[in-house]
Design a protein around this ligand. Structure first.
Ligand code: ADP
Ligand code: MG
Length: 274
């Protein structure tokens, strides 16, 4: 983390959520998707969000990037409401489906958000991001020529093109095989270390959550609430050796216990983590 920058602007890019409420109307009835969510995400820190399927993780991310309205409480990013950040293109988002445009090259997929915002595209900045996600040899390839992991790296580079104050990742590696996931976790860690951005990652892997994060948030469903917020004080830079350390496993076990004790209400067991 860039501590010097943090001291200059202690809240720059940080997220404050207080008493957040969100209900959806389904078939004329209202149901509470998020209940009293309060959470602080420090500037340039990495937060992982885990919880059972349907507990409101994606809803929370969509509220943060102003794709969804909320009913009560306070949400501030760098002291501003989400819509202001969205107007400034200050939020980067990458989802499970990389949603690349098949007729555009890697380079032109990455620059798309700037083009849509009618902002100048600096080819040097695009090149820098392509290098950051290590796709130099594929800059002019089209998505069909890339592996699933490479497409996800394009999506992450695209999320970073506007130099966001907040990076939101909703199960970005969820559709990939385990080996690719592990490699991309290391990649993500390297990318984040090179460009420390306030990041919130939704994942269904507790190992991934703990390995990457400064804090892990465990949610439970129906209605979506926060069960636990655990800071992860494993030393950085984190290497694969962290994955073998007893401290790492102790944190994973502690959080899995919380997840399973609180996240199984009205859920079939196989649906518990997701
Ligand atoms: P998660 O990402 O944790 O799986 P979601 O945020 O997608 O959970 O969903 C939380 C709950 O809200 C679920 O019960 C889901 O069915 C419901 N939900 C999500 N989006 C909508 C929507 N647009 N309209 C109605 N219900 C929704
Ligand atoms: Mg989701």
């Amino acid at each position: 983390m860039n501590l010097a920058a943090d001291m200059d602007h202690p809240t720059a890019g940080g997220v404050v959520i207080q008493g957040l409420q969100k209900s959806y109307r389904v078939g004329g009835r209202s149901f509470e998707a998020l209940q009293e969510i309060s959470l602080t995400v420090a500037s340039r820190s990495f937060t992982s969000l885990v919880g059972p399927s349907g507990c409101g993780k994606s809803t929370l991310l969509r509220i943060l990037c102003d794709l969804e309205a909320f009913d009560g409480g306070r949400v501030e990013i760098d002291g501003c409401p989400p819509h202001l950040l969205r107007q400034r293109h200050a939020i980067g988002l990458a989802l499970q489906d990389p949603a690349l445009l098949p007729w555009r090259t890697v380079r032109r997929n990455i620059s798309l958000p700037l083009e849509l915002a009618r902002e100048r595209v600096s080819s040097a900045v695009v090149d820098e991001l392509i290098a950051l996600v290590e796709l130099e040899h594929f800059a002019d390839a089209r998505p069909a020529q890339l592996s699933g992991g490479m497409r996800q790296r394009v999506a992450i580079a695209r999320a970073l093109i506007s130099n966001p104050q907040l990076l939101l990742l909703d199960e970005p590696f969820g559709a990939l095989d385990e080996m690719t996931r592990q490699r991309l976790n290391l990649e993500l860690l390297r990318i984040w270390t090179e460009r420390p951005t306030t990041t919130v990652l939704v994942t269904h892997s507790m190992q991934e959550a703990v390995f990457l994060a400064d804090q892990v948030v465990v949610m439970s469903g129906r209605p979506g609430t926060i069960l636990a917020v655990r800071s992860v004080d494993l030393p950085r830079p984190r290497t694969v050796s962290v994955l073998r350390s007893p401290e790492f496993h102790a944190i994973c076990d502690e959080l899995l216990e919380k997840l399973f004790s609180g996240g199984t209400r009205a859920q079939p067991v196989e649906e518990t983590v997701g």
